[in-house]
Design a protein around this ligand. Structure first.
Ligand code: NAX
Length: 328
């Protein structure tokens, strides 16, 4: 399509926003033939930094970039948005309990859901990156009664891509030789990267999984705790990889997944694979005709079942913790 896409990015002056915006402007997200209008939302104190980023976007002279507008008001920023990349969130401060973090972010995402409901485009697609991403997405969806809930997704593509990277190292192959990895559950250390259905350079993932010591003590914790390892090494949290995964997520949602592959995304559960309806949970998904479809019929063994259940229980607990911000 050559109709300009209206893309609103929150937390635009943050480190993920900075890394994402240039690739969106360069056509990596929606294809190299789709013009883009960027709308950046920031907190008032970070508007100046966003203006600096907008100056640099200008200086990219990107052929597809039609405009960049900056806002500190959500209602203005989301006006006509077809894509909402909800990256901005309240970070966890020293001494803050997880429940307080959930509450603080639930308030932000409740408000953003309401505003999206009022002013976004009819075909709006949302990806929540700001943590706790799954529950933030559930809250936003619950406050947007006129928008189909499946338009609210949360990012687990970074976890998916991290799982591919670890498998590639293990098998001594390239990322492109790996398909059908699945990430289940919450974007948190309880997430479950599932390789039992994967294809790894001609081998089955189940074959690799027979080495249970590697699977349990190496692969799963390395993927689940990769964010912490990045902070320790880099002195800052994942930014370019998170931006890249966000772009992959929207790219595949709009343009489709490869026919013999799938990816992972968190979406409101329709009540499949033992995940209670409405929890925003990561599933293996295909994108067909611009919609995510959860891959059906996968056999879930006991090993996987226990891990999926643990992550889903955590998601249910998060929803309970923010219960008073959910409409009755
Ligand atoms: P930064 O602190 O660099 O940037 C966040 C930006 O958001 C700041 O500029 C801040 O002013 C802005 N902001 C805060 N509240 C806002 C609001 N209500 N409206 C608009 N803007 C707002 O964080 P960054 O490293 O970019 O990370 C952003 C979020 O992504 C964090 O919540 C982080 O935890 C989360 N992550 C999620 C990942 C995922 O896979 N789902 C992975 C990476 C990342 O950790």
């Amino acid at each position: 399509s050559t109709t300009p896409a209206v893309v609103t990015v929150t937390g635009a002056a943050g480190q993920i926003g900075y890394a994402a915006l240039f690739r969106i402007a360069a056509g990596a997200m929606l294809g190299h033939d789709r013009p883009v209008r960027l709308r950046l939302l920031e907190l008032p104190h970070a508007v100046s930094a966003a203006e600096g980023t907008a100056m640099e976007l200008d200086d990219g002279a990107f052929e597809q970039l039609l405009s960049v507008d900056i806002f500190d008001d959500a209602r203005a920023a989301f006006d006509g948005a077809e894509f909402a990349l909800l990256i901005g969130a309240k970070p966890r401060a020293r001494g803050m309990e997880r429940a307080d973090l959930l509450q603080a972010n639930a308030a932000i995402f409740a408000e953003q859901g309401e505003v999206l409901n009022d002013v976004a485009a009819a075909d709006l697609r949302v990806v929540v990156v700001g943590n706790p991403a799954n529950t933030n997405a559930a809250i936003a969806a619950a406050h947007a009664p006129d928008i189909p809930p499946e338009r609210f997704t949360a990012l687990t593509r970074l976890d998916h891509n991290r799982a591919i990277a670890q498998l590639a190292h293990r098998a001594g192959c390239a990322a492109r030789d790996i398909s059908r990895v699945s990430v289940w559950g919450n974007h948190s250390p309880t997430q479950y990267p599932d390789i039992f259905h994967a294809r790894v350079a001609g081998r089955s993932g189940a074959d690799l999984a027979t080495d249970r010591a590697w699977l349990v003590d190496d692969f799963i914790p390395t993927v689940a705790r990769r964010g912490t390892a990045i902070i320790e090494a880099r002195g800052a949290s994942s930014a370019a990889s998170a931006a890249s995964a966000t772009i992959d997520h929207i790219h595949d949602w709009v343009l489709g997944t490869e026919s013999d592959d799938w990816t992972s995304a968190a979406l409101p559960s329709p009540g499949v694979y033992g995940v209670p309806e409405g929890l925003v949970c990561s599933f293996p998904v295909r994108s067909v005709g611009g919609r995510w479809e959860i891959v059906s019929g996968l056999e879930i063994n006991e090993f996987s079942r226990a891990r999926i259940d643990a992550s889903v229980a955590e998601l249910a607990g998060e929803i309970t913790a923010v219960g008073d911000l959910l409409p009755a």
